[in-house]
Design a protein around this ligand. Structure first.
Ligand code: A2R
Length: 302
């Protein structure tokens, strides 16, 4: 299968490109060299590549940072997705499109609503979530209106080696390792009570390929483990793994304007469609993140 990947040098993109190549796919990676909001250049590149599948990952991906420039976030995530869909539609043989949305589209949810199924209403709280919900609607319209075979995915939090330290788990691991090296005992943190459903990025990319092959066009699938874990527990495990004796001190500057207290997804639909289940335990993931922090490098590993 010939697979074009947008956002190919990002955290997930690097792992996805490696996984597709391992599976024998012919991969065409694109990233910043073609701005996703430049519809003409993007269409030319996609038409020329003649892919069987497009994995659309390019995005403004930082939820907290999305408050600073909602228009730019919308341009990249929603308009960029429209450009990918239009490009796919103009190909001689219309490729499958895997459209990567986000579980953030579910917004704040009462704990009795968890785990979230794909039927849950979209109630975006952040500019990032609104841009992803918009991208999903564009994908649905491309399917219903033009018959483009679009499969939408809502990944919950993913984590693993190669992630930027703008994201909580990697940032925590690096801060813990640094504090231990300097002999510091206290680490400033955001809200540790937040609970999230984490999946290892290496499992996420397996899910993406399986959904591209076996997902039902027009449908949407959660990609998640089905178990929420408090960031506090993760912080504690990271510290243990790093051999660091540190205390975590909440810091106002590290809190987001609005945070979603708990997210937990149901993976039942993806399991039924593809047989996918996460294979890597949270401890193995955290160990890999700590090892990377101890080795002192953070470049994408894929
Ligand atoms: O922002 P950069 O320089 O790191 O480049 C990112 C790229 N990207 C773009 N590419 C083309 N045109 C744009 N206007 C544009 N804006 C951003 O997309 C980066 O290489 C890639 C996204 O990778 P990450 O930020 O590492 O995101 P991650 O964690 O790999 O997430 C992949 C997908 C995204 O759709 C997320 O929203 C979703 O999974 O969770």
């Amino acid at each position: 299968m010939r697979a074009l990947v947008t956002g190919a040098r990002g955290f997930v993109g690097a792992w996805l490109v490696a996984h597709l190549a391992d599976e024998g796919d012919d991969v065409v990676p694109i990233d910043r060299e073609i701005d996703i909001s430049d519809g003409k250049r993007l269409a030319a590149a996609i038409v020329e590549a003649r892919p069987d599948a497009v994995y659309h990952l390019a995005a403004f991906s930082h939820v907290g940072g999305s408050w600073d420039d909602p228009a730019e976030v919308f341009r990249t995530n929603a308009l960029g997705t429209l450009n990918v869909l239009e490009a796919a539609r103009s190909c001689a043989k219309v490729p499958r499109v895997l459209l990567v949305s986000s579980a953030e589209v579910y917004g704040r949810v009462a704990s009795d609503q968890l785990p979230l199924t794909e039927e849950a209403p979209l109630r975006p709280v952040t500019p990032y979530a609104a841009s992803k919900a918009s991208a999903e609607l564009l994908g649905l319209q491309a399917f219903l209106g033009y018959g483009v075979p679009v499969v939408r995915v809502r990944p919950f939090n993913h984590v693993g080696p190669g992630q930027s330290e703008r994201f909580a788990v990697t940032a925590l691991a690096r801060r813990i390792v640094e504090a231990a090296r300097k002999g510091e005992r206290a680490i400033p943190v955001g809200d540790l009570s937040t609970r999230r459903d984490f999946t290892d990025v290496r499992d996420v990319v397996v899910a993406y390929r399986l959904l591209t092959l076996h997902g039902q066009p027009g449908e949407v699938y959660n990609v998640c483990s089905g178990h929420a874990v408090a960031i506090e527990e993760i912080a504690t495990r990271l510290a243990e793994m790093a051999g660091a004796e540190v205390a975590f001190e909440p810091h106002a500057s590290l809190l987001r304007p609005v945070d979603v207290p708990e997210l937990e997804g149901s993976p039942a639909k993806i399991e039924a469609a593809t047989g996918w289940k996460p294979a890597i335990s949270l401890d193995d993931t955290l160990r890999a993140v700590v090892d990377e922090a101890l080795a002192g490098h953070g470049a994408p590993a894929g």
